[in-house]
Design a protein around this ligand. Structure first.
Ligand code: HEM
Ligand code: NAG
Length: 323
């Protein structure tokens, strides 16, 4: 009696399921099932030590963005200079403040000891970022795996592909729509700034060469000027929290930017641009929707430009150099 209903359920549920779970053709949720079944627990154990540093999660989330944004999610950001095709991306000023590269190498060593030559550094970066979001109170995001590592890196690509703090909303929307994201997802991506810190080198322009569309409240402006008193920073050591709760992955960032307390120019612009301000207000009032949009955006970022299969890239033995 229930058969027709069951059939309908099967026919309709299967495609929806596929769409949600397998949205990148060559990556999969069980990629290491046979070659490293204990991967998740190895990674969790290594990360427990890394997370003793409460500032590690923010750095690992930004590390994934800066990896994926340059040549795709291929661990190119971990390579040190060496050989003909590798000039480290860390030479780029856009990578100022990038930390925790060696934590991925620590994870790699833990994984190599039990599953030698199997797991890419590119996958470890994505896993570390996802677990960093969760450990900070954000959503749990299961990521498909199977990325390969690049054999090249170029600091000039980092210069040209990583966005400046002063980017326009147009450029922001274009950047993320090229990864298949809609406007909500693009705004949710910037919600990553719910974690971590910024330095005066990325803030001084807002203070000493102000743009008309970069609103900040007067007391927040006074606070920034107090912390960053000169056009050219006298020290690179001053770190300012990106929102009121820099170790919590929550929607405080959106409430902050609505109140004129945005860390960087682009953050203030999405709070006032007519295309994005309603989305910002919505996320400020509804953390669940922010988490949903962030999770789907995070997956799209994690698919960007991946190397897969037998013919592309390699599994590095050490994350900081090609084999
Ligand atoms: C697309 C436009 C974006 C721009 C212009 C931008 C810019 C910046 C800047 C200037 C900093 C401060 C760096 C410093 O001074 O130390 C920063 C920090 C950070 N960004 Fe972004 N970002 C963008 C998107 C993203 C995305 C997509 C993510 C994550 C998926 C992200 C995650 C972070 C995190 C977590 C920090 C804090 C890092 C730390 O505490 O060390 N950002 N960003
Ligand atoms: C701060 O870092 C930038 C970029 O790496 C560098 O050019 C500058 O000299 C540093 N400033 C100080 C005071 O160390």
């Amino acid at each position: 009696m229930a058969r027709p209903f069951l059939k309908l359920l099967l026919f309709s549920a299967v495609p929806i399921f596929c769409f949600l779970r397998f949205s990148h053709a060559s990556l999969s949720y069980n990629f290491y099932e046979r070659t490293c079944p204990q991967l998740d627990s190895l990674v969790n154990r290594a990360m427990a030590a890394i997370f003793l540093d409460l500032t590690a999660p923010s750095a690992l989330v930004r590390l994934m963005f800066h990896d994926c944004q340059v040549q795709g999610c291929d661990a190119s950001i971990l390579l040190d200079s060496g050989g003909g095709n590798v000039r480290t991306e860390m030479l780029s000023g856009k990578n100022f403040g990038i930390r925790q590269r060696s934590s991925i190498q620590m994870m790699k060593e833990a994984v190599e000891s039990e599953c030698p030559g199997q797991v890419s550094c590119a996958d470890l970066i994505v896993m570390a970022a996802s677990k960093s979001v969760t450990v900070s109170g954000g959503p749990r995001i299961d990521v498909p795996l199977g990325r390969k590592d690049s054999t090249t890196a170029n600091n000039l690509l980092a210069d040209s592909h990583l966005p400046p703090a002063s980017m326009s909303v147009d450029d922001l929307l274009n950047l993320f729509s090229s990864m298949g994201m809609n406007m909500e997802e693009a705004v949710a991506m910037l919600g990553s700034h719910t974690l971590g810190v910024g330095h005066c080198i990325n803030i001084a322009d807002r203070l000493y060469e102000p743009k008309g569309d970069d609103y900040m409240s007067s007391n927040y402006g006074a606070y920034l000027s107090f912390m960053c008193p000169t056009r050219v920073p006298l020290t690179n050591l001053t770190a300012l929290p990106n929102d009121l709760t820099p170790t919590l992955f929550d929607n405080q960032y959106f409430r902050n930017i609505l109140a004129g307390r945005a860390p960087f120019t682009i953050d203030s612009r999405i709070a006032t641009d007519p295309r994005t301000s309603a989305i910002v207000a919505h996320f400020a009032g509804n953390q669940e929707h922010f988490f949903q949009a962030f999770s789907s955006a995070f997956l799209k970022l994690s698919y960007h430009g991946v190397l897969t299969g037998d013919s592309e890239g390699e599994i590095r033995r050490q994350c900081n150099q090609v084999n």
